[in-house]
Design a protein around this ligand. Structure first.
Ligand SMILES: [Zn+2]
Ligand SMILES: [Zn+2]
Length: 284
């Protein structure tokens, strides 16, 4: 039974919880600061990041005391899911409203943080799907019709994580990336007029594969998100833009790309809406 209430920062349980998660809460606060700076909120930034951190501590307290469960790794989607579940508890909605919706904003910030913490090197440009998928020659793909049958077209459980790096990551399915490129007709999906160059390996215009729902968020879902319907092909500039642009530019791009694909996710057993997608990109 949840007992939503105001928990002052000087209460023992608050101080204890804060001390237990000290390092990770500090890290979370720094992350929240970068988000609020990006949102053009420099003045209010430190105050807001402080608030998010305090509200996260309270959410942890609510979860732990009500479920008789101790959270361990706050950077895991397992912990995120537990905290996020509080949103659906009776009485939360009103309590959140009375708190100027700070609790729900904190959960969004925490989700962005967990996604950020689960981002691995192979998400970064260059490492992303473009090496192996280009090596498969077009000849191999003359049997494309045949292979298309093996592409993911229905909900499919996610594979086991690879254990070859500090943060383990999921193996990528290069056939899906290749299929996405073929479907895009080797053009930039954000704007088909964007010029690119001819790729040395496959002799097609060079486009780069990008998972619209980032692979870092795989643990949020039961089913795989590594399928062609979730892979957008972008010219190198647009690929950099979706990773590194300022918030407004990034947001516009994600919304535009998602509009064209939003109806494709359900058949893969993946529930996603615009707000959640933006959240994975740190836009809260
Ligand atoms: Zn990318
Ligand atoms: Zn482009």
């Amino acid at each position: 039974m949840y007992n939503f209430r105001v928990i002052p920062a000087k209460e023992n349980i608050f101080i204890e919880t804060k001390n237990r998660f000290q390092d990770i809460l500090e890290d979370f606060k720094h992350y929240a600061e970068t988000l609020t700076i990006e949102a053009g909120n420099a003045k209010a930034k430190s105050g807001k990041a402080d608030s998010y951190t305090r509200y996260l501590i309270r959410l942890i307290i609510f979860y732990e005391e009500s479920n008789n469960d101790e959270l361990s790794d706050l950077t895991s989607f397992e912990a995120l899911k537990k905290i996020e579940g509080i949103k659906y508890i009776e009485g939360f909605k009103q309590f959140n409203q009375e708190s100027n919706r700070f609790y729900s904003a904190t959960i969004s910030c925490y989700l962005a943080y967990v996604t950020y913490k689960n981002t691995t090197d192979d998400e970064l440009i260059g490492g992303e799907l473009d090496n192996l998928s280009n090596i498969l020659s077009d000849k191999e793909y003359s049997v494309r019709e045949e292979q298309a049958r093996y592409l993911v077209n229905e909900p499919k459980a996610k594979p086991d994580k690879g254990r070859n790096s500090v943060i383990s990551s999921y193996p990528r399915n290069y056939k899906e990336a290749r299929e996405a490129k073929i479907r895009s007709n080797w053009t930039c999906e954000f704007n088909q007029q964007h010029g690119t160059f001819i790729n040395n390996i496959n002799n097609n215009p060079h486009v780069e594969a990008h998972h619209l729902i980032p692979m870092a968020a795989q643990d949020y879902f039961e089913n795989t998100i590594d399928f062609a319907d979730n892979i957008v092909c972008l010219c190198p500039t647009c690929h950099s833009r979706i990773h590194y642009a300022v918030r407004a530019e990034k947001k516009e791009m994600i919304i535009e790309l998602f509009k064209r694909r939003r109806n494709l996710y359900l058949r893969h057993g993946v529930e996603i809406n615009e707000k959640l997608l933006l959240n994975f990109y740190g836009i809260i």
